[in-house]
Design a protein around this ligand. Structure first.
Ligand SMILES: [Zn+2]
Length: 418
């Protein structure tokens, strides 16, 4: 049996192109796969048996994709401090040490995935802590929540409190066991990412081992790159023979098509070109960049040079769970105005590409999974009707007043999760 979701449908087709259908039907099969997106006036095809989810007057958008999130940081969101390195030392490392307690780890993981779904996020790339048990727990909770999640145990073997570092061999062996247990589980909704925190906390041996492990299993890699000037200076001290920060990862085999790089703020043109050529993806985390005074991500230059970009909340340096808010901040953090179509792309299709799931999610093309969010947008539209609002205006209002949109229902592969 098919299910028809009827409402005003908005989705991204490309970085510069979106589609708004005022009265549309999304036809979904019993496996949760999209068969067709059509105007309601086109009516049912012959012999179609259907269940109906009639949401006329509501906006239906693809599940949002958060390409950078830290599970153990959800209880320290918004605690202002100095810049990155001091903030890590003063607030974050203590919070991550507490993740050694499985009760705390489970509670945080559960609240993370529920909080993301409540914000309309149906897929996330998340850092756990360095704790293997906490990471297993995170996968269990992601599976239970029904969300799509790419999760990694954070690799660190230096320059952090003793409780957060471990020998490279242990870190890599445990990551291997996580991959063997979880990668591709839950009908492919779960993925393990090899997750070195960043160059400062990883020896050459750990980075190299991480690159080899990702290569061996063909799994994604997520890490941080070039977020903060103090960080970059420390990288230069720790890796004196690397010509730049990007090379620290390149020579370990960590830069490729499956690499997700949070921030990428202070790269030079040559680094951006190399990342683009390798097919890596940068994650723009505007709220976090603003909060930690890290700098301004060169969004338009990066895109012009061919670098793929996605969007991240970067909870807990970001202060909002909502990718709609990240889209708004993504505009505000730039000097030049950003096309709303690009912002929508970054938070949906661009994120799907970053996570390696572009063939499955990100928009409503036939063959993709019915990951969708039903939004009540009455307040955003200030008295206009949704059907009569011009597409470009509606998208802009959604992005800039997204905090007033109400997430009413959330589906992953046609299964209602909220
Ligand atoms: Zn981060």
């Amino acid at each position: 049996m098919t299910t028809i979701y009827r409402g005003t449908v908005l989705h991204s087709l490309a970085p510069d192109r979106f589609e708004l259908r005022p009265d549309a039907e999304l036809v979904v099969d019993d496996q949760g796969t999209i068969l067709e997106l059509r105007d309601a006036s086109e009516g049912p095809t012959e012999g179609e048996t259907q269940g109906s989810v009639d949401r006329r007057g509501r906006l239906i958008v693809p599940g949002l994709v958060d390409a950078h999130f830290h599970i153990p940081q959800i209880d320290v969101i918004g605690i202002a401090s100095r810049q990155l390195i001091d903030w890590l030392r003063e607030h974050i490392f203590a919070a991550e040490i507490a993740n050694a307690d499985p009760v705390i780890a489970r509670d945080r993981a559960r609240r993370s995935f529920q909080g993301l779904l409540a914000s309309g996020t149906t897929a996330v790339a998340a850092f756990s802590s360095r704790h293997t048990e906490a990471t297993h727990i995170a996968f269990e909770e992601a599976e239970r929540a029904g969300i799509r999640a790419l999760i990694g145990k954070v690799l660190m073997d230096r320059e952090a409190p003793d409780a957060l570092i471990e020998p490279a061999e242990t870190a890599l062996a445990d990551t291997r066991s996580l991959i063997e247990h979880w990668h591709g589980r839950a009908e492919g909704r779960l993925a393990v990412a090899v997750t070195p925190r960043f160059g400062i906390t990883c020896s050459d041996a750990l980075l190299l081992g991480a690159g080899q492990l990702a290569e061996e299993f063909g799994v994604p890699i997520q890490t941080h790159l070039s977020e903060n000037k103090g960080e970059i200076a420390r990288i230069a001290e720790l890796f004196p023979d690397a010509k730049d920060y990007t090379e620290v990862y390149e020579r370990a085999g960590l830069i490729g098509e499956r690499t997700i790089l949070a921030h990428c703020i202070h790269l030079d043109g040559c680094e951006i070109d190399r990342l683009a050529a390798a097919g890596a993806c940068a994650v723009y985390c505007p709220d976090s960049n603003f909060f930690l005074h890290s700098g301004r991500f060169p969004l338009l230059e990066s895109r012009k040079r061919g670098l793929d970009v996605a969007l991240g909340s970067d909870i807990g340096a970001g202060t909002s769970w909502s990718l709609l808010e990240a889209m708004k901040m993504g505009n505000y953090m730039q000097v030049e105005p950003v096309d709303p179509a690009l912002l929508l792309f970054l938070g949906t299709l661009g994120g799907a590409r970053a996570l390696g799931w572009e063939d499955r999610i990100g928009n409503f093309l036939p063959g993709k999974a019915a990951d969708l969010v039903v939004l009540e947008v009455e307040e955003i539209l200030s008295g206009r009707s949704i059907e009569s609002t011009a597409p470009a205006e509606l998208l802009s209002m959604l992005i800039h007043r997204g905090h007033r949109a109400r997430v009413e229902e959330v589906y992953v592969a046609g299964k209602r999760l909220r």
